[in-house]
Design a protein around this ligand. Sequence first.
Ligand code: 13P
Length: 295
Amino acid sequence: MPMVNMKPLLRDAMEKHYAVAAFNLVDYGTTKAMVQAAEELNAPVICQTSAKTIKYWSHKEIVSWVRTAAEDSPVPVVLHLDHCKDIEMIEACAKAGWTSIMIDASEYPFEQNLEMSKRVRDIAEKYNVGMEAELGQIMGVEDDMVVDEADSVLTDPEDAKRFCEALDLSAFACAVGTAHGFYKGEPVVDFDRIAAINSLTKTPMALHGGTGLSDETFAKAIARGAAKVNISTNLKHVFVESFVNYHKEKPTDFEPLRVIDAQYQACKSLFAGFIEKFGGKDRGSAFLASIKEAA
Ligand code: 13P
């Protein structure tokens, strides 16, 4: 089926207390594997792209992969742009066929962040796509962005309310103690802050920095309003390790299709594990029936 807008999907997730898994795709194989994992579980999925990945492949190629994988599938699939600071690139994504876009102007003071995010809201409205924006600064390394622990700022719930009221977001990215990349120690996630932000904003929260969080942390965050959970670093590792390990185990096998299939299966099982953990199983067809009924 055609790709879906992220907004109604994340509203469904927030209301029903599950979260949609969002994975940062690498290539066509990982795209296909995430959609197939979702399909086997009758779950929705978000295929998201970093700006770096788009610059590597091009808008045209990425949209064609996700469109192809989604069109052949009965489950809801979103193509989302992860952290982007460049408004021209954001508009190019909406124009090319992304069904959700993100502006990350979180490094700027509140008013400037809001002003830039409003410009992106106008783009999202023009192309009828979903939108995510960020307030507060999430620690760690994502794409070419680095936020040190000392510079990270947890999101203030009252500011979050003002920000979300002005933007009508599909997903609100905020800093609640999680970090991009592997955790060095035990992460200190501020669950009270998640609950406070959600009760004031009533906006589905995007939980960034999913790699390395415990099952209990996921469950508690989802119960308090996290409706989208991002996973990237974990995929990067499985992507490389599955390829390398296959060759180590079978050093004389130079059939590329067997090597990439080992990688595909490893990535697919990683995706399926997270989708199930976030409560996405069996939500796909029910969501599609609900939007059909509302139309
Ligand atoms: P991880 O790399 O920690 O999984 O975080 C991904 C993310 O939040 C992408 O925006």
